[in-house]
Design a protein around this ligand. Sequence first.
Ligand SMILES: Cc1ncc(COP(=O)(O)O)c(C=O)c1O
Length: 493
Amino acid sequence: MTIERRRGEWIVEALAMQLDQPRSGTVTLAQRLYAPLRDWIQRGELTAGEALPSSRRLARALGIGRNTVLAAMDRLVAEGFVEARQGSGLRVAELGPLPVAPPAATAFDAPPLSDRGQRLLDFCAMVSRGHRAFVPGVPALDLLPRERWQRLLRRHRQRSPTDWLDYRSQGGLPALKAALCDYLRLSRSVRCRPEQILITQGAQQGFELIARLLADAGDTAWLEEPGYGGVQACFAMAGLAMQPVPVDAAGLDPERAAGPSPRLIYVTPSHQYPLGVTLSLHRRLALLKAAERHGAWLIEDDYDSEFRYTSAPLASLQGLAEGAPVIYVGTFSKVLYPGLRLGYLVLPEGLVEVFRRANARLHREGQYVVQAALAEFIEAGDFARHVARMRGVYRQRQVWLRQALAPAVVQGLDLSSGHAGMHLVARLDSLDEERRLVEAGDAAGVTLSPLSRYYLGPARQPGLVLGYAGSDEAEIAHAGGWLSRAWLDLQSR
Ligand SMILES: Cc1ncc(COP(=O)(O)O)c(C=O)c1O
């Protein structure tokens, strides 16, 4: 028997074994012939120039219709795996060197990321572990006026014009921009016209746009140290040189900034994240001057300014000076819920048009039903009522947390003032103490976010960031009691 004949027999037998396998789903008989042949050719088990058995022989040997065999062969020919040669039937085509398949990844292999992707992972350590006590930044999701919200969504869905189904680039629904503009002018002293507002899918998208549109890779950005990981990640991905500027009791101190002139300066003036201090008026004016001197844009992140407990909410930095180079960033993640994915930028006049166009190009627009519902929620006063109610709830939740931690505080645990916001910071003496408490918390079902993670440079102050807004009385008492005991236990060793 010739080699060609023996190889032909091998192909027939191997195909017969394939057809004996149980048939899965909707795969046709022709596909069950085609797939193994292609696989053998790709793996080099059938080599270039090798003859394939004739369709007549295959049909007879496999007990299937000749048309089925022809359908499989036609596809192999059409895709270039097999050639029809005059007078000598079908032969395996010359494919050249095939790319070597990477080894199959196991669940434990790191995925092959770009350098940029790898760097992003450095900023992804703090993953929210659901609704356990002390996850920072989570509002009281159970207290949202859900029925009213659902009614509004339903009504606006039913009424939605066909326009809302289309591609649009208007920077957000005009009704929402108008409602927001009134709210911001009144409650935050922001200077704006509705047209200056760009609706985004949360503050994070706003930071991304700012970093991409206003700075080039290698440009310097000043950031609060310690500061918000979301912005750090965004600036790192834009290739910016991040210059951490220390925060003290009066907020970020521009006098202590080193290095080249910044293009961007990021601040949380109302309630510094995470330390909780307020940027003093003196520092606000100094920052505005520094931004003008350097030709930099000031990014004012006003993420949770609504929740102040000892005085009325402070006026925004943006509203302090007419024509100041300030981009005001707001979000509904804290006042309503993070899954809403709605935030906004208030842009200086000269940036409005470019940001609107760039946002529509990079991210597209949408969610008009939700935007319309939110506009009515604000106009009808529901938003202001919800904020006022949550202010009372969070003040009370902070009191419960302080009570739960009182035994440790009496023994010297240092807690932040808590005049505003949704979390407290417990300062610790060492990184070792921080690590031990975080690990013990993990095992006990309590999320203790280490303050050291919020630093870009070496952590000067170890501590714990304790979000209380999203936990009820029982959870706070339980988790706070546990933390108090764990801290006291560490001190006694
Ligand atoms: C300082 C700060 N800014 C902004 C945000 C809100 O971001 P987003 O609107 O993307 O949810 C957060 C949320 O955790 C935050 O902590």
